[in-house]
Design a protein around this ligand. Structure first.
Ligand SMILES: *Cc1c(COP(=O)(O)O)cnc(C)c1O
Length: 655
């Protein structure tokens, strides 16, 4: 065992994996796949920085994220922060409407498209206000699933041509609000999810003397692929079955209200990666639509729900975090399917509605944070040669280390592990001292390091070695909380694009996993979509002394902000909303300070004032016992108060 003669050849190739070409920003763009997932909104500049691009009246402008961070820091807004870019949100709304418009013209569709934004996807006031303001030119409305969301839609809506679609369980108060809206000329629809809602609506409607506009949600039998597919299929908890629909028609007919049934609703689920599922869902919805028309319901609106996916991976694939279609294709498929399905029956084309949430807001928000520390996994430098009279197993390890090459790396791995375990055994029994044990560990690590280099280069590494690169990666500690800012990474292994936002003209020489501040073993990111496929590690740059290193997590505008929680009491981050102008300058349109420690303590039922008083008493008793002076007490009280007022995240000295 361990008879590997070091040859000059193997010694030279080990660890040398890269070509001699100097690293360029194009290499970075490729490595982080920014042009694949960035949808034209993000790119790498010649200066090696990530830029956000905006189409303005005068053409496209690009703003480096580092410049925005500088502006934020000057204003005292520290990392971590969420950055929202209004132009990107605006652009998504425009694309949605233009794509549907193009499909409508292309297929000679004889009605219009109306979009609604499902408020649950991002309820933040900033975002809703921008959608209402900018979207009003397209009469973009809202989908609501609760009374609180209805109140948002009623207060924030701008024009009476846009729609409000009410899903979810509706009590009498909810129904009344919706009926008053109707009376005011607002196009508010109640979508029935169950038959039990109907009596409440009919009763309130009679009492107020206002006719409701009714929709009905069908329980689709199409079962779709992807993570969020439970909304569809026979087991879905939402919507009426075919039998339920017939009962509904009977009941409405019986009270002479069938004419109120105007809308058919179908939601297959979120993030549908496969266009074929979408087509199948639309086809099924159309069959129900025709069926209800035949029953005498004067339907005029077809609402196809959400589901339009976001390509978080940038791989254009039929996989959970990707999609095998583009927006244009989505719109064309819907319009074409509706025409093909309804035309043979001579049914008028309905107003088409979709409730795209994720695809509307994902791109416009990103999380920015700095790296606080790195745990370098590398062993300390090895000695030039083994100490005299070293244990013979150390000699064996030494030989293995010198002999690793492309043809024997798996064998070397096995040997290194074997000798290391032997040494550990001997250490336990007291036959080997701590110095020797440490040297054995370091030598074995050095072997694994070389082996990992080879593993990284091959497509299908032996299963035993697959985890080696991750095991031997550095840990980059980021100033953020996964649980607060990226809850879906924790809850459902959601993948978001992550990359450094500067130094992209330098080769990223470290392999890393990213850990957050919670020091919870779940608070780490170890799955990355890169230009080289999905990897357990991400290539990052070594930290430099006295220089911040910033990463961005992109496409987080959907669902992340409100699902976040207070694990370890890391609370809401700062939020900044910018608008990019035609000359490439940008305005800080909105700023929200993240929670202070006092804020977050109040969430969990503490009273910061009482806490301060309790701390004061302890400090005073320390003065009485002579442990601190009265003026030291003052300093301590000041520090306590400053912490209560401060940010829950790591605060840098200079700020
Ligand atoms: C969640 C939800 C949506 C949004 O789905 P996306 O995939 O984010 O577009 C739309 N409609 C309903 C009824 C929903 O529950």
């Amino acid at each position: 065992m361990g008879e590997f003669k070091p040859t000059p050849e193997s010694a030279k190739t080990a660890g040398v994996t890269r070509t001699d070409q100097p690293w360029t920003v194009a290499d970075s763009a490729e490595l982080y796949a920014v042009r694949q997932w960035g949808e034209g909104f993000f790119d790498v500049s010649e200066q090696g920085e990530v830029v956000v691009k905006a189409e303005t009246g005068a053409g496209s402008v690009a703003v480096p994220l580092m410049e925005i961070i500088r502006g934020m820091r000057e204003r005292g807004l520290d990392m971590p922060s969420i950055l929202r870019i209004e132009n990107v949100l605006d652009d998504r709304i425009t694309s949605l409407h233009k794509s549907f418009q193009a499909a409508i013209e292309n297929y000679g569709y004889r009605n219009i498209y109306r979009g609604v934004f499902p408020i649950k996807v991002n309820q933040q006031c900033h975002v809703i206000e921008e959608i209402a303001d900018y979207g009003s030119q397209y009469h973009h409305g809202f989908e609501v699933g609760s009374k609180a969301e209805l109140i948002i839609a009623l207060a924030m809506g701008r024009d009476d041509k846009s729609l409000i679609i009410c899903n979810g369980f509706k009590d009498a108060e909810f129904v009344e609000l919706g009926l008053y809206a109707r009376q005011m000329g607002i196009q508010c629809f109640f979508v029935l999810e169950t038959l039990t809602e109907l009596p409440i609506i009919l009763e309130r409607s009679a009492a107020l003397g206002v006719e409701p506009a009714l929709g009905v949600r069908i329980r689709s039998a199409v079962s779709v692929e992807g993570h969020w597919s439970d909304d569809s299929g026979d087991s879905s908890i939402f919507g009426l079955s075919a039998g339920g629909l017939m009962q509904l028609v009977e009941q409405l007919r019986a009270c002479d209200m069938l004419h109120c049934l105007q809308l058919l609703h179908c939601h297959l689920g979120s993030q549908i990666p496969n266009i074929r599922d979408i087509r199948a869902g639309v086809l099924e919805a159309c069959r129900y639509y025709s069926g209800l028309i035949a029953e005498g319901a004067p339907l005029r609106y077809l609402d196809l729900g959400g589901g339009l996916a976001v390509d978080y991976e940038g791989s254009r694939a039929n996989s959970t975090h990707s999609m095998n279609y583009r927006l244009d294709e989505y719109c064309a498929n819907i319009v074409e399917t509706v025409c093909e399905s309804l035309d043979p029956h001579g049914i008028d084309h309905p107003v088409l509605i979709t409730e795209s949430g994720r695809a509307t807001v994902a791109y416009s928000s990103l999380l920015l944070f700095d790296i606080l520390d790195v745990r370098d996994h590398r062993p300390p430098p090895l000695p030039q040669q083994l100490p005299e009279n070293s244990h013979h197993l150390l000699g064996n390890l030494w030989d293995v280390h010198l002999g690793v090459c492309s043809t024997n790396f798996q064998e070397c791995y096995n040997d290194a592990i074997f000798y290391r375990e032997e040494m550990r055994e001997l250490f336990l029994r007291g036959h080997v001292d701590l110095t020797e044990r440490a040297l054995a560990d370091n030598l074995a690590l050095a072997v694994l390091e070389k082996v990992a280099e080879y593993v990284r280069q091959i497509d299908r590494p032996p299963s035993e070695l697959q985890h080696l690169p991750e095991l031997l990666s550095d840990i980059y500690y980021g100033n953020f909380s996964l649980f607060q800012s990226l809850p879906d990474v924790w809850a459902m292994d959601q993948m978001f694009p992550i990359m450094p936002i500067h130094r992209l003209d330098e080769e990223p020489l470290r392999e890393a996993v990213i850990a957050d501040l919670t020091c919870d073993c779940d608070g780490k990111i170890n799955s990355f979509s890169t230009g080289e496929g999905i990897r357990p590690t991400l290539r990052l740059h070594p930290l430099r002394d006295n220089e911040d290193y910033y990463l961005g997590v992109f496409l987080i505008g959907a669902y992340q902000e409100t699902l976040g929680d207070l694990h370890n009491l890391f609370a809401d981050t700062n939020v900044v909303s910018i608008h990019i102008n035609a000359d490439g300058s940008f305005d800080f349109k909105r700023e929200f300070r993240g929670d202070s420690i006092a804020d977050v303590l109040k969430y969990v039922e503490y009273d910061p004032q009482v806490m301060e008083e309790q701390f004061r008493k302890r400090a005073e008793s320390a003065v009485r016992s002579g442990l601190v002076t009265a003026s030291q007490r003052r300093q301590m009280m000041n520090a306590f108060r400053a912490s209560l007022d401060g940010y829950t995240y790591f605060e840098k000295e200079d700020s």
